[in-house]
Design a protein. Structure first.
Length: 448
């Protein structure tokens, strides 16, 4: 295992009272925190870049097709509404990476962070007819301000060992894998709804409003876009709900780089989404108003947001409903899934909230990571490249940090100016930004 820079410090976490990042692993955790600061001889890291480094982390993985990842995030909202979760499971022979972008509060995003990988594990095991009483244990969890010692080994599905689970999952067809992922997302959103409605029912019967009751209702009424990339065998499955985005960077035979979108934003700029919503609500011209659902919600798919899904009776007394709230649900958590067989030259996947994509095109993002990889003169698929000079910054092993730097203008002056503007004013200039860069491994380059 290797941890670059410094342990996760989660800047902004103390502000939110919740973990912005959750990293989940199986077997390959360090025995304790490691702290180090990269030094570039003869070059001083700018104060602006140092501030961007605070939340970064890099990890190697033992997955046969994933070399490791870089992650970083930059708050703008207070509290921050973005979350992420990363996991590797030897039992499932899978690595999973999810970025979650909350809105109207952080509660729904935080709920997804805690539970989405457990739901995925449950449906994947169900897909091979194996049952586990604790699906969350397919992924070991690590939370905290620094890396913790490894937890006990995960419990395996009843009557199975790791090799049998791997063998069974490797035989699943892409269509079955997609069905499992789709079921996980649906079930997760359905359970958020059921828990919220149960608390509403209790309140209407006269029960007191407790912190737990309020949180479950807010998990349902706040919302979140989410994207998850699952690398299993030699394929990448990307499930998208909302406007987070995944883009693959491929190095072509001539040495140039191509950006391949693995998801499409689900909003008013997507003609297929506009048609889906208008077809579902005929005779309702205000179903999409000012490029938003009912003139209010920008993403056309999301978790939570049950003030756009529950009926009027269920919402009575909870929110003020507009007159054009006629035929709910108006949004869905049904994911759009892309299956990508890994090919020669596929080097990395960028997964990020829309705060990054508001600032960078797919092509610019891929070129940014490519320069970071190639800056040390090593092969493009070598470990995270090396120090970079120019643009006022250096020590750019972490590709996610390089993307943040570029998104904020790419110069000391532009980055410093944007970082100096704090919430709530920063929200006018930029959104929360969360970035994961997944570094892929070729079929010939297997972990030892």
């Amino acid at each position: 295992m290797r941890l670059l820079r410094r342990p996760l410090t989660f800047l902004g976490t103390a502000c939110t009272g919740a973990f912005v990042g959750l990293l989940i692993f199986n077997r390959i955790l360090p025995n304790g925190a490691t702290s180090c600061v990269a030094v570039c001889t003869g070059v001083t890291t700018s104060a602006a870049y140092t501030r961007l480094e605070l939340n970064e982390a890099s990890r190697t993985l033992h997955h046969p097709r994933v070399r490791g990842f870089d992650v970083n995030f930059l708050p703008s909202n207070f509290p921050m509404e973005d979350r992420f979760v990363i996991g590797e499971s030897l039992a499932l022979n899978a690595a999973a990476f999810s970025v979650i972008d909350g809105h109207k509060g952080h509660q729904c995003a935080e709920h997804l962070q805690r539970h989405v990988l457990g739901y995925l594990a449950r449906t994947l095991l169900k897909g091979v007819a194996m049952k586990s009483t604790k699906p969350d244990d397919a992924w070991d969890t690590v939370t905290g301000m620094t890396w913790s010692p490894p937890p006990p080994p995960p419990s395996l599905p009843t009557g199975a060992d790791q090799s049998s689970v791997k063998d069974a999952l490797s035989t699943l067809s892409p269509s079955t894998m997609e069905q499992c992922i789709r079921e996980a997302f649906r079930s997760l959103d359905d359970d958020i709804s059921a828990a919220g409605l149960a608390e509403v029912k209790r309140l209407r019967k006269g029960s007191p409003l407790t912190e737990s009751t309020e949180n479950r209702i807010m998990e349902a009424l706040s919302g979140a876009c989410a994207i998850a990339a699952i690398v299993q065998s030699a394929k990448v499955y990307v499930a998208s709900v909302g406007d987070c985005r995944a883009v693959l960077g491929r190095k072509l035979a001539n040495g140039t780089w191509a950006a391949l979108p693995l998801s499409v934003d689900q909003n008013a700029d997507n003609p297929a989404e506009v048609k889906r919503v208008t077809d579902a609500h005929p005779g309702e011209p205000s179903a999409i108003l000012r490029k938003r659902i009912l003139g209010n919600l920008m993403p056309f798919r999301s978790f939570g947001d049950f003030d756009f899904k529950w009926n009027r009776k269920q919402l009575n007394g909870l929110v003020a409903l507009p007159s054009n709230y006629l035929t709910p649900p108006y949004v869905t958590a049904e994911p759009v899934i892309t299956t990508h067989p890994l090919q020669e030259g596929d080097e990395f996947v960028i997964i990020a909230s829309d705060g990054l994509w508001d600032k960078l095109s797919n092509e610019k993002a891929v070129q940014t990571v490519a320069k970071c990889l190639e800056g040390s003169g090593k092969k493009s698929n070598s470990w995270f490249g090396g120090p970079q000079e120019g643009s006022g910054c250096c020590c750019l092993q972490n590709a996610a940090t390089r993307l943040l730097w570029t998104a904020l203008g790419g110069t000391q002056e532009s980055v410093q100016e944007l970082l100096d503007v704090g919430p709530p004013y920063s929200r006018v200039l930029r959104d929360d930004i969360t970035v994961i860069v997944v570094h892929l491994r070729s079929s010939e380059d297997q972990p030892s």
